[in-house]
Design a protein. Structure first.
Length: 75
């Protein structure tokens, strides 16, 4: 959660929101939250668990496809 928010602070291309799964069971069901933290990426992919920054970034870029790679190369 903190890492996603840090990424959002660093780039206007990233938006991060956090919800408490037990307080929003409809959203937790919609995104199939079974473990926390769970990061949902563009409604199409997700990452479960806390990852080191490098692995977290790699997982996000994998799910963004070719566009994500070109964005990463610009920074």
């Amino acid at each position: 959660m903190r890492l996603a928010h840090r990424f959002a602070l660093e780039s206007e291309l990233v938006k991060a929101d956090c919800i408490e799964a037990t307080e929003f069971p409809d959203l937790a069901g919609r995104y199939r939250v079974h473990a926390v933290p769970k990061t949902v990426i563009n409604e199409t992919g997700s990452v479960e668990g806390a990852l080191p920054e490098e692995f977290f970034l790699n997982e996000i870029l994998k799910r963004l496809g070719p566009t994500g790679s070109s964005v990463a190369n610009e920074s």
